[in-house]
Design a protein around this ligand. Structure first.
Ligand SMILES: NC(=O)c1ccc[n+]([C@@H]2O[C@H](COP(=O)([O-])OP(=O)(O)OC[C@H]3O[C@@H](n4cnc5c(N)ncnc54)[C@H](OP(=O)(O)O)[C@@H]3O)[C@@H](O)[C@H]2O)c1
Length: 214
């Protein structure tokens, strides 16, 4: 699959890209700056020994991807996605975005839409937005020689789009649990605020979640 990762120059996007490249997918790293994306892609090719990683501007990456992954800060969603509605039309768009505000009175600061995934869906009305990968820490993704100890929770309004995300999760060894419509994205994103607090309190980098009883 051709997977475009917007904000793929960051830790989360690069970690996802490395795992997927190793699983045989083609990766297009997206950035606000095409040169930065090309530099990151070269670094990732070197690290993974996979030649199927290239870099582009976010717009060109979104045009080239069969699937588009959002791996950028919540504050950047509006400006980034507004020009991409055409490029993302009909595509599966995976939002990993968590609306966190560090250093303020509240860590979890969801937008008016209820969640970053719902904000993305409103900005990309003709895309099939699926929320996923919020609980898979960048640190965990980066250690590609280790299996990831975490379940993948996913929600969205389109069953076929969720099946694609389940396949992408399976390709990096994750069990996926479908937790219903996109209106559940707020609680899913909120769990990451809990994980970030656990990480800080217990001096960890990669706490995650496993659902029992399934
Ligand atoms: N880090 C984690 O462990 C983790 C875990 C789960 C979910 N997430 C979520 O995944 C997303 C990415 O996390 P990250 O840690 O990789 O974040 P990050 O390093 O802060 O940002 C990722 C990339 O987004 C781009 N970016 C930064 N500010 C932007 C803005 N205002 N508008 C548009 N693009 C901007 C930058 O790329 P360019 O400058 O190249 O454009 C940056 O390299 C976040 O929403 C985060 O909540 C992260």
């Amino acid at each position: 699959m051709n997977i475009a990762i917007l904000g793929g120059t960051g830790k989360e996007g690069a970690g996802l890209g490395a795992r997927w490249a190793l699983a045989g997918h083609s990766i297009i790293i997206g950035s606000r700056d095409g040169e930065r994306a090309r530099g990151k892609a070269a670094e990732m090719r070197e690290k993974t020994k996979k030649l199927t990683i290239i870099g582009h501007s976010n717009l060109d990456a979104a045009r080239l991807g069969d699937v588009v992954v959002l791996a950028l800060p919540a504050v950047g969603l509006d400006a980034t996605l507004r020009p991409l509605a055409d490029a993302c039309r009909g595509k599966v768009v995976v939002s990993t975005v968590v609306p966190l505000t560090f250093g303020g009175p509240r860590l979890f600061t969801p937008p008016a839409a209820g969640s970053s995934a719902e904000e993305a869906q409103a900005l990309l009305p003709d895309a099939k937005v699926v929320a996923a990968f919020h609980h898979i820490a960048a640190h965990e993704l980066a250690e590609t020689e280790h299996a990831i100890e975490c379940d993948l929770l996913t929600c969205g309004g389109d069953a076929a789009a969720k099946a694609v995300v389940t396949e992408l999760g399976a390709s990096m060894g994750l069990r996926t649990l479908d937790v219903g419509p996109l209106s559940n994205a707020g609680p899913i994103e909120g769990i990451t605020a809990i994980l970030a607090t656990i990480n800080r309190r217990y001096k960890l980098k990669n706490s995650g979640i496993k659902i029992t009883g399934v």
